[in-house]
Design a protein. Structure first.
Ligand SMILES: N[C@@H](CCC(=O)N[C@@H](CS)C(=O)NCC(=O)O)C(=O)O
Length: 225
């Protein structure tokens, strides 16, 4: 099936995942890139007009305009991947695949973003909301690190869409939320492995030229906030 996909990519945002997914699958696509507005770093007006959600990522395919990362992943995997980058229900690691595919945007990233807003609103690390959120984030990283101590990829033995989904929350997101992952050596090694994938490099070069992927243990000091 021929793709007519357009990826509306907001630079330095989670739409990098969709570009990476399409590069891994060798799906042809048009890339339209947009810069965040300053100083608030929101999507620009022309981006927000594409879909009422106004958030990145957004894709178009024929007459369809689709937002929401997980919906976009499911759409691309179902329509264009022909079974690649996902595991079937008969696979012994199917449950792990589903868990890690949805964990990033279901729990990990909402936790990190909540913590960012709590801190930006002046809450101290010791405040109840920050402590509860931080605990959940720590548990997530511990589980992820333990998983990657045993397996090369999040689903297990195979590289899947769960990896394409998860890396942004550990890398580019740290431009905005500068957390360290130095206590999680298996995550650090995993990020390095991911950064060597040819499709990841192509996606980052096309989508965010000049941005060095934030694969290192510590976040940069010049984070955007
Ligand atoms: N749950 C949504 C979240 C999308 C989202 O918040 N994207 C951010 C970029 S990482 C965004 O669009 N920020 C700019 C803005 O809100 O104007 C998804 O996964 O698509």
């Amino acid at each position: 099936m021929t793709s007519t996909l357009t990826i509306h990519h907001l630079r330095r945002s989670q739409s990098e995942r969709v570009v990476w997914l399409c590069e891994e699958l060798s799906i042809p696509y048009d890339l339209k890139s947009y810069d965040r507005e300053t100083p608030n770093l929101v999507a620009p007006e022309d981006y927000r007009k594409i879909h009422w959600a106004g958030t990145s990522p957004i894709i178009e395919d024929g007459g369809l305009v689709l937002a929401e990362t997980n919906a976009i992943f499911e759409y691309i995997l179902t329509k264009y991947a022909n079974g690649r980058l996902s595991l079937p229900p008969t696979h012994p690691q199917y449950g792990d695949y589903l868990f890690w595919l949805h964990r990033a945007n279901g729990t990990m990233q909402p936790g990190l973003v909540t913590l960012m807003f709590l801190r930006l609103s002046g809450n101290s690390k010791e405040d109840f909301g920050c402590k509860v959120t931080q605990k959940r984030i720590d548990e997530n990283f511990e589980a992820m690190d333990a998983r990657l101590a045993k397996f090369p990829f999040l689903a297990g033995d195979e590289f899947t869409a769960a990896d394409c989904m998860s890396v942004f929350s550990l890398t580019t997101l740290r431009l905005f939320i500068p957390f360290s992952i130095e206590s999680y050596p298996n995550i650090v090694k995993y990020l390095e492995r991911m950064s060597h994938r040819a499709a990841y490099k192509r996606a980052m070069d096309k989508g965010d030229p000049g941005l060095e992927p934030l694969i290192f243990a510590n976040a940069p000091e010049n984070a955007l906030w």
